[in-house]
Design a protein around this ligand. Structure first.
Ligand SMILES: [Zn+2]
Ligand SMILES: [Zn+2]
Length: 651
């Protein structure tokens, strides 16, 4: 869509929005700088007219600096429960994920009896979560309030925003609204879980406004590292809330256009109740460079590659990056092969939908690369994070079926390692260098830029939207804190900034903001087909097993307390049994002693006997080895009536 078409579309949408808003009770914004007296209840506060009707000269000089008088500045509101003074009930914002962490973003907006959900992402497990495949948000609150839910609105197609959509739709088949590219990725996920046929999917365009009950959601185009990203303006009777989603400001984007700053400004001048903004890069000063700078660096590398084959590893969803690689390949007469499951899927989909463009015959099957000379080929692959099973990792260890790397290969890793992945990436780089590949990685020659706003862009977003309340989101606590510091630097008052917490319901209206109630929120672990069946106890056991191994001690007893067989010992991950015969034999003796004394104390109390076995074997093994394997006693009981036993067999 070109600029004029978009403007026309936007005009039509705004007319539609006016109609929607005409039916909503109006929120009254107070952009004056008047301070509310400390103890005066919010109820009795006299409302000031909106800023545009209230020129700066009327503002109290006591509270407004000369500088502030020239332009716009934040008003001060005492924080307190907003319900009392509101003509309309407050809006409830319920963060169910994405706070104090990177990943599993999900936020619910609740107004009276209606809920809309924004994003539904997954997170990767941390190293404590042994064997866990992925982490999804806890949907308890949404399940409990399922009749209120009007829809799920998606900002963009990254895993931390859509990864848990199939898990939510499995429980609640609600309508989903997303832009074309985000929806294509969601469709792939749903198809894998056989959920596609019944899903209620609605494709929207940037600029669209979707009515969802009493609230309506406007999609506003933003720049990010995946096509079709949007911020959402949520129009509610309590006011307009803007959730930026992930964004950056790119004045020279590859495709799709520049972030719609004008619309943010327009909403800001009409009055924005709250801004929930991306905090990922809140520690970084300045601005994130344009994606185009990466293209320039890639082009230089292609130009100087001479006869070498070029392999580029990047995120499959960064379609614009892939486009720049294709463009350079075409320019320097190379064909492009694609390797790695997600890269193949996304490139095929993006070509089909027109998000990627390549002259016919440019993209070739990866099988044919070995028949071509190095200077004719470029391979785009997954594995920029050193993922153990990825195509690049397999190439680096010689395990890739179709691509065999040599010293005539030049590998570009066009990504920063996500925190936690540094060691894996280093390992791949080392392996590639051992083969003799030339490797271009990390901060070298601008081969990667972030998809998130740095401080100056975050400040611009605040300045344009001029929110009454600011709620930093999408980040660890330090990011949220730094982001709130930016708002303070810009003159926002402490009372108007709230660092949100997982599960803590934020209630807000023009008269106040508070967060008192807590709802169920947290992480649900997914392991294979099991969702939520692995909890803390299982994880603790896995950790124990991983650290010291396991020893199974089994003994067969008669119902009258006679040892019929055993004790037998089986161990895994503890010691190599063949080299530790004495240790095992001694352990058997210790266990036998514990069984005999246990039985003579209290016949047939098998639970107590198991404890005795565990204690005796545990303390013996610790003394002998300084290790504490998990000890699993198994007692088989056989009735003596089934056996013909001599008196001598009794203990
Ligand atoms: Zn993102
Ligand atoms: Zn994100």
């Amino acid at each position: 869509m070109n600029h004029t078409q978009r403007a026309k579309q936007q005009k039509a949408n705004l007319d539609k929005l006016d109609k929607i808003l005409a039916n909503l009770p109006e929120a009254q914004y107070d952009h004056s700088a008047e301070e509310i007296p400390e103890k005066k209840p919010a109820k009795s506060v006299k409302k000031q007219p909106a800023a545009k009707k209230q020129p700066a000269k009327k503002e109290s000089a006591k509270n407004v600096s000369a500088e502030e008088k020239k332009g716009w500045s934040w008003n001060r509101k005492k924080r307190g429960r907003p319900t009392a003074a509101s003509k309309n009930p407050p809006l409830r914002i319920i963060p169910l994920g994405g706070l104090g962490e990177i990943g599993k973003n999900i936020t619910a907006y609740e107004y009276e009896n209606e809920i809309i959900i924004v994003d539904c992402g997954m997170a990767f497990p941390d190293e404590e979560m042994l064997g866990i495949d992925l982490v999804i948000p806890d949907f308890t609150y949404l399940e409990e309030n399922k009749d209120k839910i009007k829809g799920l609105f998606i900002t963009h197609g990254h895993e931390d925003h859509i990864g848990a959509v199939p898990y939510l739709l499995q429980k609640l088949n609600i309508p989903v609204y997303a832009t074309r590219f985000s929806m294509a990725l969601i469709e792939n996920k749903l198809a894998e879980k056989n959920l596609l046929a019944n899903a209620k999917l609605n494709v929207v365009k940037p600029g669209d406004i979707v009515a969802a009950g009493i609230m309506s959601v406007e999609f506003i185009y933003v720049n990010h590292s995946i096509p079709d990203s949007c911020a959402l303006a949520i129009h509610t009777p309590a006011g307009v809330v803007i959730q930026t989603g992930d964004f950056k400001i790119d004045f020279t984007p590859i495709r799709g256009g520049i972030i719609d700053l004008a619309r943010f400004g327009e909403l800001g001048s009409k009055g924005v109740l709250a801004l929930l903004s991306d905090s990922t890069n809140a520690e970084r000063p300045g601005s994130t460079p344009s994606e185009r700078t990466v293209g320039e660096s890639i082009d230089v590398i292609f130009k100087n590659a001479a006869d070498k084959r070029i392999i580029v590893a990047t995120f499959s969803s960064n379609v614009h990056r892939v486009q720049m690689v294709i463009d350079s390949a075409v320019k320097y007469g190379r064909k492009v092969a694609v390797s790695g499951r997600s890269m193949e899927q996304v490139v095929a989909k993006a070509l089909e939908l027109g998000y990627l463009e390549a002259p016919a015959g440019t993209v070739i099957p990866v099988d044919s690369v070995n028949r071509m000379s190095e200077s004719e080929v470029c391979i785009i692959t997954t594995g920029s994070q050193g993922e153990p099973m990825s195509a690049l990792t397999r190439m680096s260890t010689g395990d890739h079926k179709k691509v065999n790397l040599t010293c005539r290969d030049l590998v570009i890793i066009s990504a920063y390692p996500i925190p936690g992945n540094e060691k894996d990436v280093d390992k791949v780089v080392n392996e590639l260098m051992k083969i003799g590949c030339e490797v271009v990685y990390e901060r070298y020659s601008q081969i990667h830029v972030s998809g998130h706003a740095c401080q100056d862009e975050q400040k611009l977003m605040l300045a344009l939207t001029k929110p009454q309340y600011f709620i930093p989101v999408h980040g660890e606590y330090k990011h949220l804190k730094k982001h709130s510091d930016l708002a303070f630097q810009m003159g926002m008052h402490d009372e108007n900034v709230m660092i949100p917490q997982l599960g803590r319901v934020i209630e807000l209206s023009v008269n106040g903001i508070s967060a008192e109630e807590t709802v169920t929120a947290g992480a649900v672990l997914v392991d294979g087909l099991g969702v939520g069946d692995v909890g803390n106890v299982v994880l603790r056991d896995r950790k124990h097993l991983g650290e010291d191994g396991i020893m199974v001690v089994s003994v067969t007893l008669s119902n009258k307390g006679k040892i019929l067989a055993g004790p037998d010992i089986l161990s895994r991950g503890f010691v190599y049994v063949k080299d530790s015969e004495k240790l095992i034999a001694d352990t058997k003796k210790v266990v036998e002693g514990a069984v005999r004394s246990g039985i003579s104390e209290n016949k047939r109390d098998w639970q107590n006997l198991k404890l005795k076995i565990r204690d005796a074997a545990g303390s013996y093994l610790y003394t002998a080895t300084q290790r504490s394997p998990m000890i699993l006693p198994i007692i088989n009981e056989i009735s003596e009536d089934d056996f013909d036993l001599d008196e001598d067999d009794y203990i």
